[in-house]
Design a protein around this ligand. Structure first.
Ligand SMILES: NC(=O)c1ccc[n+]([C@@H]2O[C@H](COP(=O)([O-])OP(=O)(O)OC[C@H]3O[C@@H](n4cnc5c(N)ncnc54)[C@H](O)[C@@H]3O)[C@@H](O)[C@H]2O)c1
Length: 326
């Protein structure tokens, strides 16, 4: 068997955020018709904060595509080790051939950024110009890229409890995305002037409350992915119009939604819709300039499939990567 291998650097060099947003949108459009199989992931809890996840998926289309991501999330290894490290395998459903093995760390960043960007198409105010980025780790750069690919973002305020990471993200943002980026001393300093707020941290307890965001803000919360952890305060979740990436996954994994439900502050029906509903027109998006919208994403396996196959096609076209005989 001969497969194409792509390093994380090569995945990054092949990345096109706008196309990635289009690819995830196409995949979400297939969900209501039943063409996407993306079971709730298997989670091995290694410690309180360390998890290893297995994420398989199938998208049935003209060509049936399968993917399998193996990802470890170890946020306590220090500043020089990425918390989220992954590998993605792609299998062609027509002939059952394993086609590609790629670095899944940058792919995860790319597809998560693309999904956040997609949420902006339906939920952010048109004319949004300022972004607050809370969390300057591995996901931060891609989140800014995803949001900026859909809105005319001019300014980014970055907050992280780790000042070295905060500085590094600001420099990268200016150099690679050509955005004006500044460091904020607190969460509130970053969010008080923002049209869009992204939280992408490894925090387990809430740090963003209703008072921290102004009317009309679109909040994207991607950091917490277990029922026990969350980034958003109950008051913010109860006050805002709440959307999720998948209702089914959120009801299993999203502490940001499940904890306020457990507290009795909201119910499952407080969730206005998910991305499949938004892209297919079954769920209504933002309805006023002043409402606060929340998009809570835990991350879904078929997003890796959609963006992974895009990267693979670009690699084959451009002759990138190394072919390996297994
Ligand atoms: N929803 C998804 O699809 C998805 C995809 C990828 C990663 N994630 C999750 O997103 C989170 C971030 O991932 P990463 O790869 O960027 O991790 P990372 O460890 O590289 O970065 C996390 C950053 O959060 C900062 N932080 C922690 N607590 C904070 C707080 N209270 N306030 C401000 N900053 C704080 C840390 O200092 C660190 O810089 C992880 O929990 C990861 O599992 C979710």
């Amino acid at each position: 068997m001969r497969i194409l291998t792509l390093t994380d650097e090569q995945v990054l060099s092949l990345a096109d955020m706008r196309q990635a947003v289009d690819e995830v949108e196409k995949a979400f459009l297939l969900v209501p018709g039943g063409s996407v199989e993306s079971p709730i992931r298997t989670r091995f809890r290694m410690t309180d904060v360390r998890n290893v996840l297995l994420m398989p998926s199938l998208i049935r289309e003209k060509r049936d595509t399968l993917s399998l991501k193996l990802v470890s999330v170890y946020p306590d290894l220090g500043v020089n080790v990425a918390s989220t490290r992954a590998v993605v395998l792609l299998i062609d459903g027509k002939d059952g051939e394993l086609k590609c093995m790629m670095g899944g760390t940058s792919l995860t960043g790319l597809r998560t950024g693309a999904v956040s960007g997609l949420s902006c198409r339906y939920l952010a105010r048109k004319g949004s110009e300022s972004l607050a980025m809370i969390g300057a780790g591995g996901q931060g750069f891609y989140q800014i890229g995803g949001v900026a690919s859909q809105l005319g973002i001019k300014r980014v305020a970055v907050f992280d409890v780790d000042r070295a990471r905060q500085k590094r993200l600001i420099e990268r943002c200016e150099k690679e995305l050509h955005l004006e980026a500044t460091a904020s001393e607190t969460v509130r300093a970053a969010t008080s002037g923002a049209d869009v707020v992204v939280t992408a941290t490894t925090a387990k307890t809430p740090f963003l409350d209703a008072d921290d965001v102004r009317p009309g803000t679109h909040v994207i919360a991607i950091g917490a992915y277990t029922p026990e952890s969350r980034e958003l305060g109950t008051d913010l979740v109860s006050k805002a119009s709440l959307y999720v990436d998948s209702v089914e996954a959120a009801m299993e994994e999203a502490g940001d939604v499940l904890i306020p439900i457990k507290e009795g502050a909201i119910t499952e029906s407080s969730v206005r819709g998910d991305l499949a509903g938004l892209v297919s027109g079954k769920a209504k998006g933002r309805s006023s300039e002043s409402e606060i919208t929340i998009f809570k994403a835990v991350g879904l396996a078929f997003e890796d499939n959609a963006v992974g196959w895009m990267v693979y096609s670009r690699a084959v076209q451009s002759g990138t990567g190394a072919w390996v005989q297994l």
